[in-house]
Design a protein around this ligand. Structure first.
Ligand code: A3P
Length: 319
């Protein structure tokens, strides 16, 4: 077995060394696999996932491009699935962060081990998350009826959110020069999990072709009509609200529980630390639509708009 594993490592290393590579704005090496850029260690995890993951029919996988509302989608999904169980007191969201409750496949589970023990996943159904594009995610899923939910967000807000996030990780002020570099790499398409347009379009097309198994949600719609979108999510996941729950105000309770204000004020999210040594609090900032207007110059915004317009033309998608 150890020999087999060595063979697999050698196979992965030789595959990775044959892939196109580039350097991102932070000077880190990225490799392009199936049209998407990854850091090498995450790519090993992606390959392990593709080789070893065995889906269960009931699995739910939450997907996103980073900074698109992943944390919110995770919290909402946990809350929806938990609602028939205990009262708020023992709610899982009060004892772990949304990222602890819905672990990333390639950035957590398969990063720590090439064959993680998924029997230890305590949620039922099992909940996973990913930043892989749909075609890569789907390889080991084959004909599995498991459900995939994708959250997308306005690209300019994603960039500004990413800028703040990276600055916090690097413990630096968010400076205009680093925003400039992020915009550059966005427009070039060379960034971790990018290009964003291929990422979003893989799920957009997937949701049109296979709406029973792929749900596409926009962050802006969640902000504008949270009630309707959470009902939609519940229907898709096969746990629709009953009339009685609606009268009891269950939808509102879930929305309040998962609001940025409430989640970010829970002790676990104020003081806890994630699997990757990051403070849980780093995942919560403003959570507003169009915050980019406070940060991007007209030139930057125009540049991004031009790329987005070109890449999304004819897709019917507005981001
Ligand atoms: P901002 O930086 O614009 O505030 P992700 O979860 O994919 O990492 O995305 C992080 C973004 O989602 C951040 O955006 C964060 O503030 C916002 N966010 C986190 N939790 C949220 C919630 N419960 N409701 C709305 N937005 C939320």
């Amino acid at each position: 077995n150890i020999g087999d594993d060595d063979d697999v490592r050698t196979e992965f290393r030789s595959l990775i060394s044959s892939l196109p590579s580039d350097i991102n704005v932070q000077g880190k090496k990225l490799c392009n696999y199936q049209g998407c850029w990854y850091y090498e260690k995450n790519l090993h995890a992606v390959l392990d996932y593709q080789k070893h993951f065995k889906p269960l029919d009931t699995d739910i996988i939450l997907s996103s491009y980073p900074k698109s509302g992943t944390t919110w989608l995770k919290a909402l999904t946990v809350a929806l699935l938990h609602r028939s169980k205990d009262g708020i007191q023992s709610h899982p969201l009060t004892s772990d962060s949304p990222h602890g409750l819905v672990p990333f496949l390639e950035m957590n589970l398969y990063l720590k081990s090439s064959t993680p023990d998924l029997t230890k996943i305590s949620s039922s159904p099992r909940l996973f998350s990913t930043h892989m594009p749909l075609h890569t995610l789907r390889e080991p899923l084959k004909d599995s009826p498991c459900k995939i939910v994708y959250v997308s967000r306005n690209a300019k807000d994603v960039l500004v959110s990413l800028w703040h996030f990276r600055s916090k990780i690097e413990k630096k002020e968010a400076e205009i020069s680093s925003l400039n570099s992020i915009v550059e790499s966005f427009c070039k398409g060379v960034d971790n999990n990018g290009p964003v347009w291929d990422h979003v379009l893989s799920y957009w097309k997937g949701s049109l072709e296979d709406p029973k198994h792929v749900l596409f949600i926009r962050y802006e719609d969640l902000k504008e009509e949270p009630y309707a979108q959470v009902m939609r999510l519940a229907d898709f996941l096969g746990c629709p609200f009953t009339q009685e729950e609606i009268h009891r105000g269950s939808v509102e309770k879930i929305l309040n529980l998962c609001s940025l204000c409430n989640l970010s004020n829970l002790d676990i999210n104020k003081t806890g630390v994630s699997w990757n040594n990051m403070d849980h609090s780093i995942y919560f900032r403003k959570g507003e639509v169009d915050d980019w207007k406070n940060h991007l110059t007209t030139d930057m915004a125009n540049k991004i708009d031009m790329v987005i317009h070109e890449k999304f033309q004819g897709s019917g998608l507005k981001i």
